[in-house]
Design a binder for this molecule. Sequence first.
Ligand code: FAD
Length: 444
Amino acid sequence: MDWATFISDLNGIEVITALPQVAKLSEDYFRFSPILEPILNGKVGDIVVRPASEAEVLQVARACVKYQVPLTVRGSGTGNYGQCVPLHGGVILDITKMQAVRWLKPGLACVEPGIKLAALDKKAQEIGWETRMVPSTVRTATVGGFIAGGSGGIGSIMYGQLRDRGNLRAVRVVTLEDTPRAIALRGDDVQRVNHAYGVNGIITELEIPLAPAYPWAEAIVTFADFMTAARFGQALSNCDGIIKKMVSIHATPIPSYFAALRSYILDGAHCALILVSEADLDPFRALVGEYGGNICYEKNAQDANKGTSLVEFSWNHTTLHARSADPSLTYLQSLFPNDPQLELVQHMYGHFGDEVMMHLEFIRMNGIAIPAAIQVVRYSTPERLNEIIQYHEEHGVLIANPHTYILEDGGMKSINYEQLEFKRMVDPYGLMNPGKMRAWMEVR
Ligand code: FAD
């Protein structure tokens, strides 16, 4: 490929060609997985292009079609499974210059995809609202990257997951057809590109719903045994009268990996990391008392806004801290079935012991609070990791395998024909993030 000719077709859109920078912008957090690490290591794009508007995205799309060059979209590169790692080189489309808030009104925001979630929250809070859910990477991740590559997070205990109807209202996507264009999708049609790793459209604008902004207080509650901590998590999640945003439960020794919190949590304790409406602290404390927990850390909403938030110890930040202490550790992502007594959680906790350290994140699914889990795993071999996954699946725990970059082999498990059909239309040459969608490769 003659990249100088390609670049001259871009009419002055910002381009990065320096190899170290291109290599850096080709990576995400796939190194959390010992399976993905050797496969994705060294996969780099040829150039990075940084459009500032939808018109510039269209220009890049035209050049990619003309020269038949692969294009991989990148937000902040915090994905965990190499979603934005280019398997076949080509253009990395860095979307982070597109940060505009088009409009905001009570309950709804329209934004460009490169705005960071924290920046959107700040804007929305000016009118008393905030995003319904954010990943623990809220400070760095983009709205577009969260929709295309994420699943849910802090707030999911109230509002479910990104895939749930209502949690994404409209998108505009640029195509890689012979004559690229921008298509507007609304209503259920948004599912064509929701969580599709950017294989079937470059998102250039999104309408996302907002939630009322509460003053979020933070607390750490410790327990002498793990199952009491887990049952407290279920009870708090079920408690309709207490407004909460995060119910994150950790079995020992996970809390020992939280260096910044070590002075609060006694050695050997199991803990719950909680975000709760400051106005609901009294009933919250009463529930803690009922379960014999000990509140060892509490910050009102104003103080919680200063310094490090407990958010950055939850969801996959837990794995980040664990791996900082011991880089040989890895993780799983699971969804336990509705099981109010948490018998399956107890079974897995007892069965695997220290090899699969229990970390639960309660979420709301179809109106019911259930535990998702991002267990920290002591990795030994690929075979053993597969055995652990298989054992969970045989017992009815859904594993969203984080050790694959293939869309269907991760969370979805089956082919999404709606997304495949849409790809057929908008990316007839298969140039978008090639190698990530199994259905497309099989059809080919
Ligand atoms: P990127 O990693 O840049 O991209 C993600 C995917 O989206 C890629 O396939 C990319 O091609 C595609 N994409 C990006 N922008 C566009 C666009 N404009 N149009 C089309 N496709 C696009 N995830 C969660 O869901 N919840 C969590 O709580 C969570 N916690 C995390 C904690 C840590 C420590 C880490 C490392 C990751 C975590 N993640 C979590 C994963 C990741 O942070 C989220 O998925 C995040 O939202 C990705 O945003 P990003 O801007 O970094 O996207």
